[in-house]
Design a protein. Structure first.
Length: 183
């Protein structure tokens, strides 16, 4: 089934960088019930929209009728991805090459309990954990987590190298990266 697309009025920037879907989160969300959209924008400095979470419509589509919430605001997000086993959200910033982690359960608990979600990363360092930076600031990069969830690759676009980060299953986060190959 095709649906009408989300348009520029729905997600207020034309710099969409990646799309991902949530894992099932017991008591909060079914598998792929939400779309995660990363936005490359810095018009509001370090409070710029970075990652949106969009709820699938009852008919299974995503369109302008979908419930859209800003889930993270920092600066120039070039990619967001979901851990395939535990469902955490990982996203980045072009600014200094930061990699952030958000446990989506925190978001869903806040909303389910009637709270107001604060998406501003700098205001919530315990919610949005900065894990590390890549080797170079100001380079666009994407995060690709292996289906086992045991490690991730980072592809640094236009700088021609890949990095790897192992996953700490006890702490439930990605570990500092190592450069694998490239120029």
């Amino acid at each position: 089934m095709l649906s009408s697309p989300l348009n520029i009025n729905t997600i207020p920037t034309n710099r969409i960088r990646s799309i991902a879907f949530n894992k099932k989160i017991e008591g909060y969300a079914d598998e792929a019930e939400y779309m995660i959209v990363a936005i490359d924008y810095d018009g509001k400095g370090d409070e710029s929209p970075s990652v949106y979470i969009i709820k699938r419509n009852a008919d299974g589509t995503f369109d302008d009728r979908s419930d859209i919430q800003l889930i993270a605001a920092y600066k120039q997000c070039n990619g967001a991805t979901i851990h395939p086993i535990n469902g955490e959200l990982y996203f980045n910033s072009y600014e200094k090459g930061q990699v952030f982690r958000l446990d989506l359960v925190d978001y869903f608990k806040t909303i389910k309990n009637g709270g107001s979600w604060d998406p501003i990363v700098k205001n919530n360092p315990n919610t949005f954990k900065q894990l590390f930076t890549i080797a170079d600031p100001s380079w666009e990069f994407q995060i690709f987590i292996h289906p086992t969830g045991k490690y991730a690759y980072f592809g640094v676009i236009n700088n021609h190298y890949f990095m790897r980060s192992d996953y700490d299953e006890i702490k439930r986060n990605l570990l500092p990266r190592i450069i694998l190959s490239g120029i």
